[in-house]
Design a protein around this ligand. Structure first.
Ligand code: HEC
Length: 172
């Protein structure tokens, strides 16, 4: 959002429009999101303390998650080269292979965990529509974190699935 923490305006002395300035704030502790003030302020539940402040909306859970992972991975000046999430995400090309690898071991057939069968488009669409796919893969409060007892999907796979949901969970 322009006009707040740019080189020209630098509200509170904080400049956030380039990598060097972001690191120079001293408010990012590489590897430790929970000790990084810049992460704290975007996750703050008190609107008087949260950034961006009202009337701007809080950042979406997926943006917050990307920021958290970036700090966790060392707050580097890098790019996500192998992960093009700006293209249209396809169910069959992008989403289904992730689900097949990470989820079908438990979520398939008559004994599917929680009665959730993710082997077909209809099954995945159902949990996309009721919010549980989003909540479980992002490990949001109130959902069982998935894949159960495994590592969280990497940021690239999570972002693909979230973008696919946001674009309407199409059978594309
Ligand atoms: C090792 C088995 C296992 C794997 C792998 C697994 N799940 Fe689950 N899943 C479960 C079980 C068991 C439950 C029932 C809730 C619980 O026990 O936590 C569940 C519940 C869920 C729910 C409902 C969550 C809720 O809060 O109501 C969703 C959605 C889900 N899984 C999606 C996934 C997705 C997507 C993947 C792959 C990224 C996945 N699961 C991988 C076992 C698994």
């Amino acid at each position: 959002m322009s006009g707040c923490h740019s080189s020209a305006s630098h509200a509170d002395g904080i400049v956030l429009d380039n990598y060097t300035s972001i690191i120079q704030t001293g408010e990012i502790e590489a590897g430790k999101p929970n000790k990084s003030e810049l992460f704290e302020v975007i996750t703050e539940s008190d609107p008087d303390k949260r950034m961006p402040p009202p009337p701007a909306a809080a950042l979406s859970p997926e943006l917050i998650e990307q920021f958290r992972v970036w700090i966790l991975q060392g707050a580097k000046n890098n790019a996500c080269q192998s992960c093009d999430t700006n293209k249209i995400i396809s169910f069959s090309q992008d989403v289904q292979p992730i689900i097949q690898t990470a989820c079908l071991g438990c979520h398939q057939g008559s004994g599917a965990s929680a009665g959730i069968d993710l082997s077909s488009y209809a099954g995945v669409k159902a949990v996309a529509d009721n919010g549980k796919l989003n909540g479980s893969i992002l490990h949001l409060n109130g959902f069982s974190p998935m894949p159960k007892n495994g590592n969280q999907l990497d940021i690239c796979d999570r972002t693909k699935i979230i973008h696919w949901i946001q674009a309407g969970s199409l059978n594309n």
